[in-house]
Design a protein around this ligand. Structure first.
Ligand code: BG6
Ligand code: MG
Length: 217
């Protein structure tokens, strides 16, 4: 049966959290706010606007709307500098192998990401052409944990949500997949991604037998 496999981008296909961290840290420093790696972890799956709101909240800062917009643009310019250096070598282990397996089996393949830079990143790592549908931060009103991004991806694939499987590294994303009535597969630590239906440390632990079971379910 044709199932819809929806991939998150950041933390699932590529490890961009390190670049988000560098860019947010630089921005936080410029406004005298301390920003740690642990705080960066809490921004996984969180939209750009919400991320800056949280950083300001943690630093007890209030700024004007126009300064807020300026800071968001500065952060993104900085982040894009890192993205610009990316190539295929940054695709996380066995992601391509799993993608190719699913394509071979004629499954629906979509991207469901909170990032507004998702299309740029997919092109940089040469994966853009593998996706039948792409839904990203430009296409949704409500961010994860709202299920909008995954429901839109299912719609674009023309596959019912209950026949979709989501790969996600963030808690908010797992919650979004569960609310969308999809099978949620956490990529990361099981202690963090407790709400997922399945958790794997990375794609090297996902074998063809497991994928076949999902397809034939
Ligand atoms: C998510 C990341 O995928 O995209 C978040 O996990 C990020 O850390 C969000 O804030 C928005 O990304 P961008 O590229 O639009 O700033
Ligand atoms: Mg992610």
């Amino acid at each position: 049966m044709k199932k819809g496999f929806i991939f998150d981008l950041d933390g699932v296909i590529v490890d961009t959290a390190k670049y988000h961290y560098l860019a947010w840290k630089k921005l936080a420093q410029s406004i005298d706010v301390h920003f740690s790696e642990a705080e960066n972890e809490q921004l996984k799956g969180v939209s750009r606007v919400k991320s800056l709101e949280k950083i300001l909240e943690w630093g007890n800062k209030t700024i004007s709307e126009s300064d807020f917009m300026k800071l968001m643009a500065l952060k993104n310019d900085d982040y894009l500098g890192y993205i610009n250096t990316m190539n295929e070598s940054e695709i996380l282990p066995d992601v391509l192998k799993v993608l190719k397996f699913l394509i071979e089996k004629e499954q629906g393949i979509a991207l469901g990401s909170a990032s507004k830079n998702a299309r740029t990143i997919l092109k940089k790592v040469n994966l853009f052409h593998h996706f039948e549908a792409i839904v990203d931060g430009n296409d949704v009103v409500k961010g994860k944990p709202n299920p909008e991004v995954f429901l839109s991806a299912a719609k674009a694939l023309n596959i019912n949500p209950e026949h979709c499987i989501v790969f996600e590294d963030s808690v908010a994303g797992i919650q979004a997949a569960n609310t969308a009535n999809m099978i949620s597969i956490g990529i990361g630590e099981s202690s963090v991604l407790q709400e997922a239906d399945f958790v794997f440390a990375d794609f090297t632990h996902i074998n063809s037998q497991f994928l076949n079971e999902l397809i034939n379910k």
